[in-house]
Design a protein around this ligand. Structure first.
Ligand SMILES: C[S@@+](CC[C@H](N)C(=O)[O-])C[C@H]1O[C@@H](n2cnc3c(N)ncnc32)[C@H](O)[C@@H]1O
Length: 208
């Protein structure tokens, strides 16, 4: 884990926070459906949302769940807090690093995240932390954009990645399905959308 890269990621998102929703509005027309798809499978009484950003998932949280949301960027989180207040939702929002989650082992029934592990500097470390804080046999649900399987497009994404990271904080060429497996999360299902560039990954911590 590289603290300097984590600090850079935080700065990149702080910098974007004010205009983030406006910039993302066109893609959000498609992503809104994907968010519904993600959250429709999430159950549990006590749920962690990792990297809440400006709170675009809040409308899709299960009504009966108590949700804790974390994010590395205080400015993104401030927008999330405003959104929660506007919506009249009670969501506990905490500035925290996914690579060092400030929760005890097995604290949550489930965890979910959308478009986050492209940005977490050490994605496997972050996913290991998610596995740690979700209870035995608990659920982990991730919606992520990933590197294309097509070798030409994939190589183009590799080439463009440094620029994408500098501009947006997000790596466009992550193999998040492999990273989930590397973190010891059991893969229950992987579904694709958006020409295979968006994956819905459902996993579990396992009973053991
Ligand atoms: C592309 S945005 C997605 C935000 C939100 N999940 C959504 O779907 O709109 C990525 C978010 O991950 C957060 N993030 C990046 N690295 C993180 C880390 N190490 N720990 C927690 N949050 C992180 C960023 O601050 C940012 O808010």
């Amino acid at each position: 884990m590289d603290p300097r890269e984590t600090a850079r990621t935080q700065k990149r998102y702080d910098r974007q926070a004010a205009l983030y929703d406006l910039r993302e509005a066109p893609v959000e027309l498609m992503f809104r459906r994907f968010r519904r798809w993600l959250w429709s499978g999430v159950s549990g009484r006590f749920v962690l949302e990792v990297g809440v950003g400006t709170g675009k998932n809040f409308a899709h949280h299960p009504a009966e769940a108590r949700v804790v949301g974390i994010d590395l960027s205080p400015r993104m989180l401030r927008r999330a807090a405003l959104r929660a207040r506007r919506m009249g939702r009670q969501i506990d929002l905490i500035v925290a690093d996914a690579q060092q989650l400030p929760f005890r082992d097995g604290a949550f029934d489930a965890a979910a995240a959308s478009f986050v592990f492209c940005s977490v500097p050490d994605a496997v470390a972050g996913l290991e932390q998610v596995r740690r804080v979700v209870s035995k046999a608990g659920e982990i649900h991730l919606l992520e954009h990933v590197r294309a399987r097509n070798s030409l497009v994939g190589r183009l994404m590799d080439f463009m990645n440094p620029v994408a990271v500098r501009l947006t904080g997000a790596n466009i060429n992550r193999d998040t399905v492999s990273n989930v497996a590397k973190a010891g999360i059991g893969l229950d299902s992987v579904e694709s959308r958006g020409l295979g560039l968006v994956k819905l990954i459902r996993g579990s911590t396992g009973a053991g």
